[in-house]
Every structure is written in structure tokens, then in C-alpha cells.
Design a protein around this ligand. Structure first.
Ligand SMILES: [Zn+2]
Length: 370
């Protein structure tokens, strides 16, 4: 069996669906043919010309990056820009590229969970559970057909709440309709105003499962024209969200913990606010630019919040309320690359293919420390 670019795209979509990404993000296949057979896969945070050279050396023809190579609209592809040179190198060498960005941040076991694990945080939970990940699907079904319709849409993935499946709510009511001369109603006659006893069936659905669920509902529903509503929901999602929070196995001082952060992430220098002698046990993290989550970290009673790109005013606001740590953008995101490689490797193995998967050894951090 062969692995194609779109197979890897599906693997990533299953774990970190593109619907979990921020609206203004640009994730998924960035360049290349989805049907191309994949010889090897290279994982990195950023695609640079050196990473493309690394891929060529390893005979990898698919690069999976965290940051999208194509983010801002391009007006030219020329050697004058880094993006122009890199995209040219990819196309010339028939290398495809896929980005998993904010969808990877939000995914279970995503960027921040990998960071938390690297810092020794046990059983981290999601710090800011994302809302708007779910919708409520409501449809109106004759009583005799309600079990069949509910079963079909539950099988397609609707009605999952925590450890429970097939969750639904049903209320009885009267539906009315009058078919025109072209109609063929399942109940009653065309041209007659019908009153039918129906069940209002409602179930929660993950946004990324919605197309499959609606298709299953259409298949199972007896009506020619199906009345249904989709409502956006503001409920926090249990599995998706930004950041992570959890406890260290035992309390330590902030000073000792910061030493651990530096060693674990290989950060040249840390910027932080807090007292190095204070005891810390509850650690919140967000890989990359996560400092806007500081209030969430405080609300979850974290002693420390490790993130990156922290501004002076964020430090000022946090001082005395939480130990805020800037451990570097590249450094706080790097741990997820091993998870990403592991997920892809596992999926290839499950398909019975041995596609080589490696994390690039090229240093792509533009920041240095003195
Ligand atoms: Zn980033």
C-alpha cells in the first residue's frame, strides 16, 4: 500500500481538524499534489530553504510544518523573498508541504500538552477550552422514525458528551405542512394542510463531523423535504482548546523550576516575573504567543505560566499575581514535533506502510541569545 499526500492530510485532519484552527489561519496542504506518493516525511516548525535541503538529503518529499509557509497573500514568487525562494525550491523538487498550526495548538495532545509534558507537568488539562466547536442539530421526525434517525446520526458521530454517546433530547409536538402539486409527501396528501405528530430531536455535534451527520440524517429521514436547524453553541469543548494546566509531581521553588524549563527546552535565556524562592506546583503553559491566556492561568490558580512573546505590559500586569515566564516562541513549540512525528508514524504503521518520518535537525529559530 502507498501513502499519498492526502492520506497524511487526513491523518492530521482526524487529530487536529482544520475547523479547530483560527479563522484567519491557513492550514492544510500548502503546495504539492494531494495524490503524490509520499517517500518520506520531514517534520519542522518552519519551512526554510535549509529545511528543503534537509528533505532532499533524506529523500523526503513531504514536509509537515507547524507555521504555515503561506500565510499572508503573495503577490510575487521571486528569489527576492524567503517565501518566494522556499516555494520555488519546493515546487522545483516536487516536495509537498502541509501546515498544522492553530489546529495543532487546539488539538488534544497538541502544542501546549507536549510542552507541559516536557516540563514534567502531570496529567495536564486544557487551559482555555475553545467554544464554538460544537453545534446543536435539531430535526423534526414522525414518532415512528425517530429511533432510526437518532441512531443514524449518532453513528455518524452526533450526541457525544464526555464518556456518553447517543445523547439526545426529544419533545413531542405538531408539525404542519402543505405540499404543492410537485410534492410527494411521505405522510398525507399534496395540496392538503397536514397536521402531523412529530418529535423534535436535538443532538450536539462537533463542527467537523457536521457534514457526515447531516448526510446520515438525510439518508435516514423519511421526509422528502427535511426541516432541520443548526445552532452555533458557546459551550466550552472538552477536548479542544488552547494552553494546558496541571501539577508538578511535587512542589519546588520557582528558581529550580526555571532551571528545569531552560534545560528541557534548551532556551538560551528566560525572561520572567516572580520570586525565585516562592513555592510552585501548579503550572500553566501555552506554546508560542500565548500571553493573552495569562488571566485564564490565574483563574485556574496556576503558580506559574510559561509561554512566549510576552510584552513588558503583560509582565507588569502579572507581577505579584502569577510567575509569568517567557521561554521563547520556537523553544515552547518545539516539543510538539515529536508528538506530530509519532502520530504520523503510528498512522502509517496502522496502514501497513513504513514511510520514514523524521524531525528536521535544521535549526530554524531566528532568535539567538548572548
Ligand atoms: Zn508559533
Amino acid at each position: 500500500m502507498k501513502t499519498r499526500v492526502r492520506d497524511i492530510e487526513h491523518v492530521l485532519e482526524d487529530w487536529a481538524p482544520s475547523t479547530a484552527a483560527w479563522e484567519e489561519d491557513n492550514v492544510g496542504i500548502q503546495c504539492g499534489n494531494p495524490t503524490m506518493v509520499v517517500r518520506g516525511i520531514l517534520i519542522c516548525l518552519d519551512i526554510t530553504e535549509d529545511v528543503v535541503r534537509d528533505a532532499l538529503r533524506r529523500r523526503s518529499n513531504l514536509i509537515v510544518s507547524h507555521h504555515p509557509l503561506l500565510f499572508h497573500p503573495l503577490s510575487t514568487v521571486t528569489p527576492a523573498t524567503h517565501t518566494g525562494r522556499t516555494i520555488t525550491a519546493l515546487i522545483r523538487n516536487e516536495i509537498a508541504a502541509i501546515a498544522v498550526h492553530t489546529n495543532l495548538d487546539a488539538a488534544p495532545e497538541g502544542t501546549s500538552h507536549a510542552l507541559a509534558a516536557a516540563l514534567g507537568v502531570h496529567h495536564p488539562e486544557t487551559l482555555d477550552q475553545s467554544s464554538r466547536r460544537s453545534v446543536k442539530l435539531v430535526t423534526f421526525v414522525p414518532a415512528a422514525d425517530v429511533e432510526g434517525v437518532a441512531h443514524a446520526i449518532a453513528t455518524a458521530g452526533a450526541g457525544v458528551i464526555g464518556n456518553y454517546t447517543h445523547c439526545s433530547f426529544r419533545t413531542e409536538g405538531i408539525g404542519t405542512f402543505q405540499g404543492n402539486s410537485d410534492s410527494s409527501p411521505a405522510i398525507g396528501r399534496k395540496g392538503t394542510l397536514e397536521h402531523v405528530s412529530e418529535i423534535r430531536l436535538e443532538m450536539i455535534v462537533d463542527r467537523d463531523r457536521l457534514p457526515g451527520v447531516v448526510a446520515a440524517m438525510r439518508n435516514a429521514h423519511p421526509y422528502e423535504e427535511i426541516a432541520y436547524d443548526i445552532y452555533p453553541m458557546e459551550n466550552p469543548h472538552q477536548r479542544f482548546g488552547m494552553g494546558a494546566v496541571g501539577d508538578l509531581p511535587r512542589p519546588t521553588t520557582l528558581g529550580v523550576f526555571l532551571g528545569r524549563v531552560r534545560r528541557a527546552l534548551g532556551t538560551g535565556a528566560l525572561r520572567f516575573t516572580g520570586n525565585p524562592h516562592q513555592q510552585v506546583v501548579r503550572i500553566a503553559v501555552c506554546g508560542g504567543s500565548g500571553s493573552k491566556l495569562v488571566e485564564h492561568a490565574i483563574a485556574r490558580q496556576a503558580d506559574v505560566f510559561v509561554t512566549a512573546d510576552v510584552s513588558f505590559h503583560r509582565f507588569q500586569d502579572a507581577a505579584g499575581r502569577i510567575a509569568l515566564v517567557d521561554a521563547g516562541h520556537h523553544e515552547t513549540e518545539y516539543p510538539v514535533l515529536a508528538t506530530l512525528a509519532g502520530k504520523i508514524r503510528e498512522a502509517c504503521r496502522a496502514r501497513g506502510v513504513r514511510t520514514p518520518v523524521a524531525v528536521s535537525a535544521v535549526r530554524t529559530n531566528p532568535v539567538a541569545y548572548v
